[in-house]
Design a protein around this ligand. Structure first.
Ligand SMILES: Nc1ncnc2c1ncn2[C@@H]1O[C@H](COP(=O)(O)OP(=O)(O)OP(=O)(O)O)[C@@H](O)[C@H]1O
Length: 283
């Protein structure tokens, strides 16, 4: 390769960040059940998640956000199209390297915080020394060290979500899929949990895809926000926030934050009206 071709190739590599997840032409149609018609929930849509980016998905209620996450995770098969994670097709099960956290408190009530976090590693047969080191790290990272012997019932809702995140984090996911993980928390706790997730994202280098209803959360946390149409969901715009990697919830008081949230809201307002059948929703 000539010097100029080599230079060009390396510049191209810098401009085009490596794709971590490639979604091509996916749709998801739920078949008819008990006399109810089939539901075309999603797509067709394409999406590329860049290696190490923080991507959020917002959209009107019922537009197919969770369906998209399920398909990317391998929890549901697309009706058409393909999903590739690190170059390999995702099909049938959640691949090694993908971690998922849902809105519902999914901690096991009969296990202590420590044993909740250790659960996945024990199933993998990880040896005791490694297991203890990894669980201690995840428990401490999520600020749960003083509660390692507590049971979920003794914790607040925010702390229980920390347990769920620690339980996923301990498995060292390279792609973290978060489906409304803070949806049940109050506004202040949500912002603080957002800071925790940003710290986790920076320190692990994982790629994150977050599904959220909260535009402020999407605007604060993300490198890019994908705005979906009403069902069947497609991306109507993908907005680059331009935030530096070192950021936290203090950016909510910046002028740019206001511009981003108002752009998100103006896109979503029309789609949300369309989703609930509002008159004159779309020009
Ligand atoms: N198992 C299912 N069977 C049939 N229809 C389904 C099923 N799961 C979801 N749907 C339908 O698919 C559409 C998309 O659902 P999905 O949960 O993906 O939307 P969402 O954008 O995540 O919703 P919300 O914002 O309210 O959480 C909805 O109309 C929903 O009723």
């Amino acid at each position: 390769m000539s010097d100029s071709a080599a230079l060009h190739a390396s510049e191209t590599a810098r401009v085009e960040p490596q794709a971590h997840v490639e979604v091509q032409g996916i749709t998801r149609v739920y078949p008819p059940v008990a006399g109810n018609p089939a539901v075309h929930a999603l797509g067709p849509l394409d999406l590329t998640l860049r290696q190490g980016e923080f991507f959020s998905v917002v959209g009107p209620s019922g537009c197919g956000k969770s369906t998209l996450l399920d398909v990317v995770a391998g929890l549901a098969a697309p009706s058409e199209g393909t999903v590739r994670f690190e170059g390999k097709p995702v099909a049938g099960q959640v691949p090694e390297g993908i971690g998922v956290v849902f809105q519902e408190d999914a901690s096991f009530p009969w296990l202590t915080v420590y044993d909740n976090v250790a659960f996945g590693l024990r199933r993998q047969g990880v040896n005791r020394g490694d297991l203890a080191a990894r669980v201690d790290y995840a428990v401490e990272f999520m600020g749960l060290k003083d509660f390692a012997r507590a049971y979920p019932a003794q914790l607040s809702g925010g702390m229980r979500q920390r347990v769920c995140i620690a339980r996923t984090l301990v498995l060292k996911p390279r792609l973290l899929l978060l489906d409304e993980p803070f949806g049940a928390l109050d506004q202040q706790t949500r912002l603080l949990m957002g800071d925790e997730v940003l710290r986790l994202w920076r320190e692990t280098g994982a790629t994150i895809m977050l599904i959220t209803h909260a535009l402020d959360e999407a605007a604060m946390l993300s490198d890019r926000v994908g705005v979906m149409s009403s069902r069947p969901g497609r991306f109507i715009e993908v907005l680059e926030t331009g935030w530096p990697r070192e950021r936290d919830s203090r950016i909510v008081s910046e002028e740019a934050f206001g511009r981003i949230t108002s752009r998100l809201w103006s896109l979503l307002r029309e789609e949300s009206l369309a989703a609930i059948g509002g008159r004159g929703a779309k020009a």
